[in-house]
Design a protein around this ligand. Structure first.
Ligand SMILES: [Fe+2]
Length: 342
């Protein structure tokens, strides 16, 4: 399986991971043989990259099945849209699907390991779902109990729901916001808290995740300027996951960082902005070189990342005498990943 820019994908390759629309519907299912028409349509929808392989494969890199992933996406989109229209909110579907997410993640040895199949329109929901999965894996690695994992994940999935109370002109603006627009934007954690507090089935701590996810360790965050111990553990987890994903998903006005660069950047900003324990936890929970990355090794050969666990990376050599062979690299091995190429 490789993660390739659309322009480099040829007819006849197989889709190795399904492409979902922003409403969670499957646009193109895993295993499909790509035709010229499919590729043209995906390009028209602004998709930039796909996972492809020479034959259909079964991969569930995050420990979350595609079915659950699609359900999370759909349910999160549902409540966000209801919030935007100021309708009565029903969180039942989100709460139900979080049960599946927790089950699946508890039963797998996973690192967050996904490169984005994205276009320009699905940022908000994709981002929410990704932050939900990353926070859940972090919570699992921290040893949180099932009930706590649920509260954390609900808060993480819905942390930005308050954005639905912000005017679309500000929300969808490309480029920098004016001071006044920025001030309005800074109200979204408070709106989120108001939406979630007291909602049936939603724990107050999940509401506090929305309220606190832009606070920072040194008190420089918003809306209340809380610091250190005043910030709840769940919010500390979600703020690390949120910043990490924002750095790697990339918006038009910011350079997209690769996964390992984002981890380094966050480590550099701790302890002022982030709790160093949370950044360490994040580094143990997300893959520096996700499956599908092409990397340069320290023996100057090029390799494709084919699997990642918490303690190892599996590489398939793309060059050299061992071309086509796979090798598992662990922390103390002489063979190391030097840097990512694509
Ligand atoms: Fe936010």
């Amino acid at each position: 399986m490789r993660y390739l820019p659309l322009d480099e994908i040829e007819e006849g390759m197989f889709l190795a991971r399904s492409v979902f629309g922003e409403d969670g519907r499957t646009l193109l299912a895993r295993g499909v043989k790509l035709t010229k028409n499919y590729l043209r349509e995906l390009k028209a929808l602004n998709y930039t990259h796909l996972f492809v392989g020479d034959r259909p494969e079964e991969v569930e890199v995050n420990g979350i099945s595609e079915q659950t992933y699609s359900q999370v996406l759909r349910s999160v989109r549902g409540v966000f849209l209801s919030a935007a229209k100021n309708q009565n909110l029903d969180f039942k579907e989100v709460l139900d699907v979080v049960d599946f997410m927790v089950d699946e993640v508890l039963n797998a040895d996973v690192m967050y390991n996904m490169l984005d199949i994205k276009n320009h329109d699905n940022y908000t929901y994709l981002h929410s779902v990704k932050v939900g999965i990353i926070a859940l894996i972090m919570g699992k690695n921290l040893g949180l109990a099932r009930k706590q994992l649920k509260e954390l994940t609900v808060g993480a999935l819905l942390h930005d729901i308050g954005k639905m109370c912000i005017e679309n002109t500000i929300l969808k603006k490309r480029g920098h916001l004016t001071y006044q627009e920025y001030e309005k934007m800074r109200d979204h954690p408070k709106y989120g808290f108001e939406i979630l507090r007291g909602a049936p089935g939603v724990n107050l701590l999940s509401a506090h995740v929305a309220y606190q996810h832009h606070e920072r360790e040194d008190g420089s965050g918003y809306p209340r300027g809380l610091n250190g111990d005043q910030i709840h553990l769940y919010a500390k987890i979600v703020m690390a996951a949120d910043s990490y994903d924002a750095m790697t998903l990339g918006r038009s006005y910011r350079r997209t960082l690769w996964n390992h660069e984002a981890l380094a950047q966050l480590a550099a900003e701790a302890p002022e902005k982030y709790d160093p324990k949370m950044i360490k936890l994040l580094a143990q929970s997300v893959a520096s070189y996700p499956v599908g990355s092409v990397v340069l090794l320290n023996n100057l050969e090029v390799g494709l990342v084919t699997a990642v666990t918490r303690s190892s990376v599996e590489i398939e050599f793309l060059t050299g005498a061992d071309k086509g062979q796979r090798v598992t690299i662990r922390a103390n091995d002489l063979l190391k990943v030097e840097r990512r190429l694509s």
